[in-house]
Design a protein around this ligand. Sequence first.
Ligand SMILES: C[S@@+](CC[C@H](N)C(=O)[O-])C[C@H]1O[C@@H](n2cnc3c(N)ncnc32)[C@H](O)[C@@H]1O
Length: 231
Amino acid sequence: MLYAELSSWWPVFSPPEAYAERAALFAKILKKACNPKLVLELGCGGGSVAWHLKKHFTMHLADISVEMLREAARLNPDCEQFQADMRDVRLNRVYDAVFLNDAVMYMKTEEDLRKTMARAYAHLRPGGAALFVPDATEETFLERTEQGGGELDGREGRYVAWFRDPDPTDGVYEVDFAILLCEGDGHVRCVHDHHECGVFPRSSWLRWLTEAGFRAEKIAHHSEMFLGRRG
Ligand SMILES: C[S@@+](CC[C@H](N)C(=O)[O-])C[C@H]1O[C@@H](n2cnc3c(N)ncnc32)[C@H](O)[C@@H]1O
């Protein structure tokens, strides 16, 4: 729902400003890894991170949701867009770098994550690199709540996100969003959205990347990031 009927609210909840610091870090890591010119982002969402990254690289943006791509295009009309599922994307061209941020955790199974790694590899030139930034690994996942919100063009929204892991053995965690939306007419409506995400141990990330053909490493940082280099 968040990435379909509610997609036009993305700039209210997650505008580019919210990603400035993270995007600067991603740009630094990508430059150090392979100094890319052309970068493909898989799962670009509303294009908020890409809005920063395009100052450093030519960005091509892909997402499974046409509605989110519409938002990404509004923000980044200068970037090429593709509707594609990261598990079977085939764009018929190669990139200097592939970037997967807070979308890759929607890969709920080993099979889906391995397919995604293979597609990232296939889209890289030799010497290129893929940066994977899952929201969490098994080592870092925490049950918690987060809240946020914003205001844009007379529309206002607030949310609480409840991160839970009802079955710690199944490699899946759940996020329930309670979202309050006000169109500016004073009336507030409430929407519930349920998400399911995959969470895997660091050792599995590194092994599956290696088996996909990458030279894999975990980036030393307090958040979880994995770099795969194509030799
Ligand atoms: C949290 S949003 C990404 C927001 C993005 N970082 C930004 O800058 O706006 C997650 C995105 O992952 C996308 N997504 C989920 N599963 C996907 C898949 N299998 N292939 C491609 N995109 C996917 C969703 O459609 C959604 O747009």
